[in-house]
Design a protein around this ligand. Structure first.
Ligand code: ARG
Length: 464
């Protein structure tokens, strides 16, 4: 049977063409075509190396590089005819190369297999994606630092169990997100090291009989190291799983942040104002302004966790080496990277535009007995054991609930019903400022510490 009737790349041993549905079912070009730039980059490096290894002539190498460069331009101009019958991005580009430059095009695949080719492409692609994602993390962190610096003195209630706990600086609260994102950044930078190892040269699974020089392709492609085992190189996708794990943690953080923004923009909290450009309205309720961006990010975290679970399940139990199962790695990986990048971008755009409602936050902190721990600490300083102080303050809070008064609103006589150790110096500790200023150590909420943390954060970002 001629090559036209069967697939021209592997049709030699086949005696009937592949079933039309099977061709569509097994094809990946609809989604893997987005690897075209990295596929061409890998092919150019491979051809360059083959010439240096004496496998291709200079003229052949140049014809291949020239052809690939023109194909890239064709793709980017939207003039490339992607063919499902050619299965994937690799065979589409190779077939077009042969169309353009004739039989020399068929020499490109010498000493290579689609198995090491695709593993190389995904790694090159993911490396670039990580670089974009970590820039977005930095941009979001810059926004947080800016807001934290500006609002170091703004006081809001800090929560545990979503109940008012102790007063905190709004800047301090924002810097909690900064810390989480710093770890997300670290994880992605670390993950990138293991993404950036080269499988090219593994060929189908066992390596190749040609005198390839992997150091050359490694250098040309900017890989940090050459994969040490060909079977491993073509088959494992742990690097993609690791990326999805890091992406899942980052999305988990963004989903928590989202949840707070959703709560805080509600009429019930009313802590912050989200500019209209990040919200949408309702088609039926004219008064509505919905925090769509945080809600969507919260929802999208699920897709990324799904990608992680999907890829783990894809790899689980796969025998060495390459299996077609691995073609299923791309869609979840692409989706996880797209989702994380877009979510970070939305947050990086939105965070600098958040406006705290300073008075509302302050009033909420003042209302919730948020300085009760400060009163207990005050009594400890007067010499009472902490557990007794806790009990005394508990009684004072109970009285406050019954009379509708916060601790700072009670008279000295009222407070002294609960302990005669209380003197008129107590009011300094019951104020919100007194409370936050007292937590004056590294990582504490005192505004001076918030400013110090902002300075450390700026130094961290400057060193990236
Ligand atoms: N499209 C394939 C993938 O994504 C490329 C490698 C196919 N190799 C093979 N021997 N069928 O994994």
């Amino acid at each position: 049977m001629s090559a036209e009737k069967t697939n021209q790349s592997w049709g030699g041993r086949f005696s009937e063409p592949v079933d039309a549905f099977v061709a569509r079912f097994t094809a990946s070009v609809d989604f893997d075509k987005r690897l075209y730039r990295h596929d061409i980059m890998g092919s150019i490096a491979h051809a360059t190396m083959l010439e240096q290894a004496g496998v291709l002539s200079i003229a052949e190498r140049d014809a291949i590089i020239d052809g690939l460069t023109q194909i890239q331009a064709e793709i980017e101009a939207g003039q490339f005819d992607w063919r499902v019958d050619l299965e994937d991005v690799h065979m589409n580009i190779e077939a077009r190369l042969t169309d353009r430059i004739g039989i020399t095009g068929k020499k490109l695949h010498t000493g290579r297999s689609r198995n090491d080719q695709v593993a190389t492409d995904i790694r090159l692609w993911l490396r670039d994606e990580i670089d974009v994602i970590i820039k977005e993390i930095t941009r979001l962190q810059e926004g947080l630092l800016e807001q934290a610096e500006q609002h170091a003195d703004v006081i809001m209630p800090g929560f545990t169990h979503l109940q008012t706990a102790q007063p905190v600086s709004f800047g301090h609260h924002l810097l909690a997100w900064f810390e989480m994102l710093s770890r997300d950044h670290e994880r992605l930078v670390d993950c990138r090291k293991r993404v950036n190892r080269m499988p090219l040269g593994s060929a189908a699974l066992a390596g190749t009989t040609y005198p390839i020089q992997r150091e050359i392709t490694c250098r040309l492609l900017g890989f940090e190291a050459i994969g040490g085992n060909s079977l491993d190189g073509v088959s494992d996708r742990d690097f993609a799983i690791e990326f999805c794990a890091a992406a899942s943690l980052a999305m988990m953080h963004l989903s928590r942040f989202s949840e707070e923004l959703v709560l805080w923009t509600s009429a019930q909290f009313n802590f912050i104002e989200l500019p209209d450009r990040f919200c949408t309205g309702s088609s039926i309720m004219p008064q509505k302004k919905n925090p769509d961006v945080p809600e969507l990010v919260r929802g999208k975290s699920g897709r990324v966790f799904g990608a992680l679970t999907g890829l783990l399940t894809l790899m689980k139990g796969q025998p060495l080496a390459y299996n077609k199962d691995n073609q299923e790695d791309k869609e979840p990986l692409f989706d996880a990277a797209d989702t994380l990048r877009d979510s970070l971008r939305a947050f990086a755009d939105m965070v600098p535009a958040l406006k705290p409602r300073v008075e509302v936050m302050r009033e909420a902190a003042r209302r919730g007995f948020s300085t009760a721990t400060d009163l207990a600490d005050y009594l400890v300083r007067k010499g009472l054991p902490f557990r007794d102080c806790h009990e005394i303050v508990g009684h004072a809070v109970k009285y406050g609930v019954a009379t509708g008064k916060d601790l700072a609103e009670m008279s000295l006589d009222e407070l002294r019903q609960f302990s005669d150790q209380i003197g008129d110096d107590v009011f300094a500790v019951l104020t919100l400022e007194g409370s936050v200023n007292a937590r004056d150590h590294i990582g504490g909420t005192a505004p001076a510490q918030v400013r110090a943390a902002v300075a450390r954060g700026k130094a961290l970002l400057a060193a990236r």
